[in-house]
Design a protein around this ligand. Structure first.
Ligand SMILES: [Zn+2]
Length: 181
């Protein structure tokens, strides 16, 4: 990404935060990455979940996801797609929901990226869960599914984006993986 692009993305994020009434200082001390919202035309439906929600990824990322899911299943491990591509506007809506619940930005920005800073904008990031794991947050890291991912995900091009003590100030997110070609 060019520096001009980077500056434009930063500006767009700052604008969105202003509109949300969130002080820029909340994220100013963090070196958050910026991601361009991918063109929707490049996305395909990777999975339709039990609630009928259509999770979209780029075509190669969707292919890699399905291959990985199939391989896990052969090892007796079920992987479920919880969240895939998220647009800038959708990310903004998620933040608005947190605000409506009275959660402080200092808190929710440790698990939720500001719009423009979410790896989900790329159409290559996935949040994964497994049946029987009610809460994605916290306990997914203790499941057999997570152990399988740790041993096998790299074979399919997926890596864990936010390990413990990551430099971006996000909490440890064992459910969040990104396909990096
Ligand atoms: Zn995620």
């Amino acid at each position: 990404m060019t520096l001009a692009n980077q500056a434009a993305l930063r500006h767009k994020t700052e604008q969105a935060l202003r509109e949300l009434g969130i002080n820029q200082t909340v994220i100013a001390h963090r070196t958050l990455p910026f991601f361009e919202d991918i063109d929707e035309a490049l996305l395909v439906v990777a999975e339709i979940d039990e609630n009928g929600k259509r999770h979209r990824l780029t075509k190669p990322a969707a292919g890699a996801w399905l291959e990985m899911k199939q391989a896990a299943l052969q090892d007796g491990v079920a992987l479920l797609l919880v969240s895939a591509w998220r647009s800038f506007d959708y990310q903004t809506d998620l933040i608005r929901l947190k605000q409506q619940r009275g959660i402080a930005p200092e808190t929710f920005f440790t698990a939720l990226a500001p719009p423009g800073c979410s790896e989900h904008h790329t159409g290559r990031a996935v949040d994964i869960n497994t049946p029987g794991c009610d809460e994605v947050i916290g306990i997914f890291g203790e499941t057999l599914a997570f152990r399988w991912l740790k041993d096998n995900a790299t074979r399919f091009g997926f890596s864990l984006s936010f390990p413990p003590d990551n430099p971006w100030g996000f909490i440890y997110e064992p459910w969040h993986w990104c396909w990096n070609p």
